[in-house]
Design a binder for this molecule. Structure first.
Ligand code: ACO
Length: 448
């Protein structure tokens, strides 16, 4: 099969959200810390009637219905998530309800978990399957679903929630350049979830930022080395049209792109002008470790990379800034933002993606875009995702409502024998929602 990749994408995020400006004031943080300091505008959160299973049921049925895909045509279903509801039963098995109804139980794949990287692992599994000798000609379907919640404190504003579904197959408008991939995986305690009685992670914020940037450097190095070996010429930022990053919060994305620019400067990339060279030269003697700690380098590289950031990265920042960190869905929501903003001019473009999951696992990979054929074309994908409308139809709440929701979820996490309010009034039509958890911990959902 040729041009294996993503044929269609849909995204769901909860209609309930809070403004970061209001959260700043509520938390007693200095004005601008969350909005300018972290670069975030708004944060979505699940109320007691939504969870990662309901969101994934919603987004999968939505994609299948919008593209009129017969559920028997799905041969592989892979889920990426780091939100643990059950230590054994996969989220994938909940989604099987949709397929069993149509008599299709012949579907490979289970859940993949490693922090925010699970979605990428799931996507690679599907792409590899379609490219392999065990492919049976049917579609792969990837689901990334997470509710990112943090205990009260400095990490809380970096939460968010969403689910993404991606249909995978040949002749895709969003094709993988599978030869160009660079990974870095190692053992780190930057963000992890060892306390099985709590939904919240243990997080070393500063370490997680450094781990993220170190992983970015190493993935980039392996990526450009592979590119050079195969293409016989060096790779720099200017060989791509867009860069899309896993987006815990926007400031880290700004720093990441600046870091790639600094890497290119150290490698004497030809697009870097004299002005930029002058500003970065004072930092060329720093050791690697020193370079992660240097605030001056951070500032200088962000400044010189700014014009390229605006054209190559900014179009992918809409949903991560508006919805927050969506963990496994975060990178793909950033990509969805690019499709939303630039769908009329993306044919022929190369998009480089950086996926990071704490703990840690990371990969840079490359996508090549083409118009595609109806219904799997860039224009139609952007139209059917309907991002503007989904953002517009949200309901803003005061921070107290988030605090109340978090408290209730803390009580309900791992609990049995309760019914929810079953209040679906804020949800859009066709959204799935949780109605009860019975005495055997079995979960029940309805569709609005
Ligand atoms: N106006 C403007 N900017 C401000 C203000 C203000 N009033 N106050 C602070 N800032 C800036 C700071 O200078 C800093 O920016 P800089 O890094 O460019 O200097 C930024 O706001 C954040 O301030 P910090 O003091 O660094 O924030 P804090 O340490 O309280 O928390 C953190 C930030 C560590 C990101 C925290 O939210 C966290 O732990 N989040 C979860 C971990 C995470 O997302 N890690 C990313 C990779 S792992 C993953 O994806 C989960």
């Amino acid at each position: 099969p040729e041009s294996v990749g993503i044929l269609a994408i849909d995204i769901y995020f909860p209609p309930t959200c809070i403004q970061q400006e209001a959260l700043e004031a509520h938390d007693g943080a200095s004005k601008g810390k969350y909005t300018i300091g972290l670069g975030q505008d708004c944060m979505a959160f699940c109320t007691e009637v939504e969870d990662v299973i309901s969101m994934s049921l919603t987004v999968v049925t939505s994609l299948l219905e919008k593209y009129e895909i017969d559920p028997t045509k799905i041969g592989r279903l892979e889920v990426g998530s780091e939100t643990v509801i059950d230590k054994s039963k996969s989220i994938k098995t909940f989604l099987m309800q949709i397929f069993e109804e149509c008599g299709n139980t012949d579907i490979e794949g289970v859940d993949s978990t490693n922090a925010c990287y699970g979605g990428t692992a799931a996507l690679f599994n599907c792409v590899n399957w379609v490219e392999s000798s065990s492919w049976d000609g049917r579609y792969g379907l990837v689901v990334c679903t997470d509710s990112a919640v943090y205990a009260e404190g400095p990490a809380r504003p970096t939460g968010g929630a969403a689910a993404i579904a991606m249909l995978v197959g040949p002749n895709a408008p969003i094709a993988f350049e599978s030869k160009f991939r660079g990974s870095h995986m190692s053992h780190a305690y930057d963000f992890y979830k060892p306390n099985l009685a709590s939904e919240y992670p243990v997080v070393d914020g500063k370490l997680s930022q450094t781990c993220y940037l170190m992983a970015l450097d190493l993935c980039y190095k392996r990526f450009y080395e592979k590119f050079e070996k195969l293409q016989g010429r060096p790779f720099s930022i200017s060989d791509a049209d867009y860069f899309v990053f896993h987006s815990p919060y926007n400031k880290l994305v700004q720093k990441s792109f600046a870091r790639l620019f600094f890497n290119d400067f150290l490698r004497n990339a030809s697009y870097i002008d004299e002005g930029a060279k002058e500003k970065l030269t004072p930092f060329s003697g720093l050791s690697n470790d020193e370079s992660y700690q240097s605030r001056d380098l951070e500032k200088a590289s962000q400044q010189v990379a700014k014009p390229l950031y605006d054209s190559m990265v900014q179009p992918s920042t809409l949903l991560p800034k508006q919805v927050g960190n969506m963990y496994t869905a975060s990178l793909y929501a950033a990509f969805a933002s690019l499709l939303h903003n630039k769908h009329t001019s993306l044919a022929g473009k190369r998009v480089v993606m950086f996926s990071y999951g704490s703990g840690l696992t990371a990969t840079i990979f490359s996508l090549k875009l083409q118009d595609g054929q109806h219904p799997f074309n860039l224009l139609n994908i952007a139209k059917l995702m309907n991002v503007s409308e989904k953002l517009k139809l949200r309901h803003e709440f005061p921070p107290e409502k988030l605090v109340d929701a978090m408290k209730l979820m803390e009580q309900r996490y791992g609990a049995k024998d309760f019914v929810t309010s079953k209040d679906s009034s804020l949800l859009l039509p066709d959204t799935y929602y949780l109605t009860k958890v019975d005495s055997m911990y079995r979960r029940f959902y309805s569709r609005k």
